[in-house]
Write a protein that binds this ligand. Structure first.
Ligand code: NDP
Length: 406
């Protein structure tokens, strides 16, 4: 018997719940809990098998720990927001439940996400004999595992990593985000940091741009270098990396809207007094934007997310590219969600499966690349995220358009 509690009934929560429900032999019992129980019930209503739902404020450790003691799941899958990570880890420790998530902790009042707060729980999880698995979405998640897989199977030593996240999808809105708008905009407007010769180097947001042609005719896209949390864990766990960068595609239209919103102060995270009320501009903006979980029916096109790794094999320099392509409409037909939620929710289900099956169960706090990548990679092929590996010419370079010297 493996009972899980999924916390968070947003875009990602919907996919994780569908995918877990598809595997009754692993996830024998499912409870979906979130702040708004009606959203849990709506997701439950889409499934062919019964699951239970609950209301919980995951910021409240005592309330969540009480729910966990009552339900006694083996594992919590945290797909609420990064702000809840530490409270949910505390509640798991109190109730003796394994933990996993898809995004690292971010304090609500500082737009800075780092692993140090969660890594600091290592000894407590070790002492409790519990596993905490961090960052089992796509990026972070599959991208970390792709890197570990290439390092293990195609290289003796890896030196450079470029993670390229292309969303070639179109939802038809002038401006919308594919996952939680507040988290997305905080991430995209942050200072860029990349790993270079043993330290993080900071540059202005969106100051380095390249063009990237995806395989399998997905298209050619403008990609921008930005900070992403897996750079922190990958640079630590693969110390031979001399450079690690993360790139994401943005349309000119998205960037134009974002620039205007930033210029007028709508992306601010400091409260502003308005008509006697304290309003956080970015939260108000998120309220106005389309709910990401509503984008599914109208998003067409594909995502292409992967890792380009340069390193040495048998004394020779080589470059390998590993990627997954995912079709928004195919995801919608399967789980009524677009591909961004799908590509996050499937690795979350697989990470949970790895823990429940005992393959990735070890007391402590771990990033996904610290475990054997093979069973996870096999399950990606099996459960909807097939991947390809190709060798690129050893002189391959991204076509940098602006910011050559950064
Ligand atoms: P949504 O905003 O769609 O969903 C978040 C859900 O969490 C909502 O149902 C919300 O409740 C619930 N929630 C928020 N606060 C609480 C709380 N205090 N207690 C209980 N429930 C709460 O976000 P997404 O589904 O798009 O994203 C979910 C997570 O996945 C985020 O952490 C995001 O950063 C991460 N992510 C990771 C990716 C990866 O590849 N690694 C990619 C995309 C997302 P309510 O409905 O009441 O608002």
């Amino acid at each position: 018997m493996s009972k899980v509690m999924i916390i968070g009934a947003g875009g990602v929560g919907q996919v994780v719940t569908h995918k877990c429900a598809q595997l009754p032999e692993v996830f024998t019992d499912i409870v979906l809990a979130s702040r708004t129980e009606a959203k849990c019930r709506a997701i439950a209503g889409q499934l062919e098998r019964p699951i239970r739902t609950a209301r919980v404020d995951a910021d409240n450790v005592a309330e969540l720990a009480a729910l966990l003691r009552r339900e006694q799941p083996e594992l919590v899958i945290n797909v609420a927001l990064p702000y809840q990570d530490l409270a949910i880890m505390d509640a798991c420790l109190e109730a003796g439940v394994h933990y996993m998530d898809t995004a690292n902790y971010e304090p609500p009042d500082t737009a800075r996400f780092e692993y140090r707060w969660q890594w600091a729980y290592r000894e407590r999880f070790e002492r409790a004999g519990l596993t905490a698995l961090l960052g089992s979405g796509f990026d972070p998640g599959a991208t970390n595992i792709f890197t570990a897989y290439l390092a293990r199977n195609h290289f003796d030593e890896i030196h450079e990593l470029d993670i390229v996240d292309v969303n070639g999808g179109d939802h038809g809105y002038p401006f919308a985000t594919n996952f939680n708008p507040e988290i997305n905009i905080r991430e995209v407007s942050a200072q860029c940091r990349h790993w270079e010769n043993g330290e993080f180097v900071t540059t202005a947001p969106m100051s380095k741009q390249a063009r990237f042609t995806c395989p399998e005719e997905v298209g050619t896209f403008n990609i921008y270098r930005m900070y992403h949390e897996e750079l922190e864990s990958l640079s630590r766990h693969f110390p031979s990396l001399r450079r690690a960068q993360f790139w994401m595609s943005f349309s000119d239209n998205y960037l134009k809207h974002l620039e205007v919103l930033e210029n007028v102060g709508m992306t601010g995270i400091e409260p502003v007094e308005f008509q006697g009320q304290q309003i956080v501009p970015i939260q108000f903006l998120a309220r106005l934007l389309p709910d990401p979980s509503s984008l599914g029916p109208r998003t067409v096109g594909k995502t292409c997310i992967g890792c380009i790794v340069r390193g040495l094999k048998d004394g020779n320099e080589r470059v390998m590219y590993i990627y997954n392509i995912c079709d928004h409409q195919a995801c919608y037909r399967e789980v009524q969600s677009q591909a961004i939620s799908y590509t996050t929710g499937v690795p979350a289900m697989i990470g949970a499966k790895m823990i429940l099956e005992g393959r990735w169960r070890r007391p402590g706090v771990w990033n996904v690349e610290q475990f054997d990548p093979q069973p996870f990679m096999d399950d990606m092929n099996r459960y909807g995220l097939p991947w390809q590996v190709v060798e690129l010419p050893s002189d391959f370079q991204l076509e940098v358009i602006t910011g050559q010297n950064l």
